[in-house]
Design a protein around this ligand. Structure first.
Ligand code: NZQ
Ligand code: ZN
Length: 394
């Protein structure tokens, strides 16, 4: 087991009706004025936003509001939020929504708390030294942003989707009420489940050894999410299944399933982020579309790991032929993706990048051929282009 630091400062408030505690949780933070930040309307239609306002009113907390965050959240909205916060003297942001709203809140928080252009952090030109405090009321189990140290923003100029990580942006609290996810369309529920799985799988596929405890937590998390996503396919209002997936969403991306490892591979995420930036696809669906191709491309470099994944997560019978086990495991994972209605190729994702677009995707993903991605196998710009080509499918 490698040395590690595990830091999870987010207070989790889990269960039914917990959104009514938003006002008192913010009051504990001792702030002057709150920005309530939300997406394209689901929280208005469900009545959640009105309940949140009532909870703030009950505590006498002044607030401003900004909606309109879209999936793959945009820099323009972030800039609008920064200007609003500066104008209104906002010193706390309440994100009401999914990963896109939370990430937009984090970016606004960086923009208000630091001098200069907020995009600099995402463009890796400099690092942030602070972020406004943020709280989240989660409405989709997926990105794990409610407990992660990361945010991902798309710059419309050049359609660049870039992530930025720092401890400053970790949410002060996360309100997790599984009932708030009942209104999700099935596609979003399942896309979210894939993202939850992938945050642990990205960490699981690594070049480390001796991770018995971390592997055990990871394998249980993966089997639990797979089982409950299948329940939700048939019974979307099943509270227990919603609850398992929601708790897994936070645990999968708060660092727990990476403790003692080298941090994991993350190539599938890097490959997907470029697809999200260029084609605006749902993040989890994009991951499902690329993962199988990535896995077949790299599995020979860590056959033991892929065989363990096959046996302990997909329940493939043990065999001494590790390559056969690895391939059966990848196949079984893709069968599972199909069974929950998730795509296993770019074609099934609904996009058909031309050769020119593939070269552009590979160039962006390798930051203009200045970086490689992946740990299982280090991938350069040419490998990345190969994977996009192979993932096109039919
Ligand atoms: O905008 P509204 O109207 O709310 O609709 C949203 C959106 O269209 C809808 N939705 C959310 N909750 C709902 C609902 N519809 C009905 N009922 C509800 N209860 O779902 C759609 C997707 O929402 P979004 O927030 O985009 O989903 P998700 O949580 O999957 O977030 C995706 C974003 O997070 C980033 C992704 O790249 C993507 O931009 N990620 C962030 C990470 C992080 N910060 O740690 C890690 C992830 O790997 C990921 O990259
Ligand atoms: Zn993700």
């Amino acid at each position: 087991m490698l040395n590690f630091e595990y830091h999870t400062p987010t207070k989790v408030v889990f269960g039914k009706d917990t959104e009514s505690k938003a006002g008192s949780l913010i009051k504990e933070q001792g702030c002057r004025k709150v920005l309530v930040h939300y997406g394209s309307g689901s929280v208005i239609r469900s009545g959640l936003l009105d309940r949140v306002y009532a909870s703030l009113d009950a505590e006498g907390i002044p607030y401003a509001s900004l909606g309109g965050v879209v999936p793959n959240p945009r820099l323009t909205k972030v800039r609008e939020g920064i200007a609003l916060c500066q104008r209104e003297g906002v010193d706390f942001i309440l994100a009401v929504g999914g990963g896109s709203v939370i990430d937009s809140s984090k970016a606004i928080g960086y923009g208000v708390a630091n001098e200069g252009d907020v995009w600099d952090f995402y463009a890796r030109k400099r690092t942030a030294s602070a972020c406004l405090p943020i709280g989240a009321i989660l409405t989709i189990a997926a990105a794990g942003s409610e407990m992660s140290n990361s945010s991902v923003i798309t710059n419309e100029d050049g359609l660049k989707k870039r992530g930025y990580k720092s401890e400053y942006c970790r949410c002060r609290f996360a309100i997790l009420n599984p009932e708030l996810t009942y209104t999700l369309p099935d596609y979003q529920t399942q896309s979210g489940c894939v993202d939850v799985l992938m945050h642990t799988m990205e960490r699981y596929f690594n070049q480390s050894t001796n991770m018995e405890m971390t592997d055990g937590i990871s394998e249980t998390l993966l089997r639990t999410v797979m089982k409950n996503s299948l329940i939700l396919k048939k019974d979307p209002q099943n509270y227990d299944a919603r609850a398992e997936v929601m708790w897994a969403s936070s645990l999968s991306h708060n660092g727990l399933t990476g403790c003692g490892t080298d941090g994991g591979d993350w190539a599938s995420h890097q490959l997907e982020h470029e697809l999200g930036g260029m084609f605006d696809v749902a993040h989890g669906a994009g991951l499902a579309a690329i993962w199988g191709t990535w896995a077949r491309y790299v599995c020979k470099d860590r056959l033991d790991r892929f065989a363990k994944f096959a046996e302990n997560v997909l329940l493939i019978p043990h065999s001494e032929d590790l390559e056969q086990m690895a391939l059966l495991g990848i196949q079984a994972m893709e069968d599972y993706f199909r069974s929950i209605g998730m795509p296993t190729s770019l074609h099934k994702l609904g996009i058909a990048p031309s050769e020119e677009q593939i070269l552009e995707l590979a160039d962006k993903c390798s930051f203009g051929n200045t970086r490689t991605i992946g740990k299982v196998r280090e991938l350069n710009r040419e490998h990345i282009a190969d994977i996009y080509r192979l993932a096109r499918g039919i």
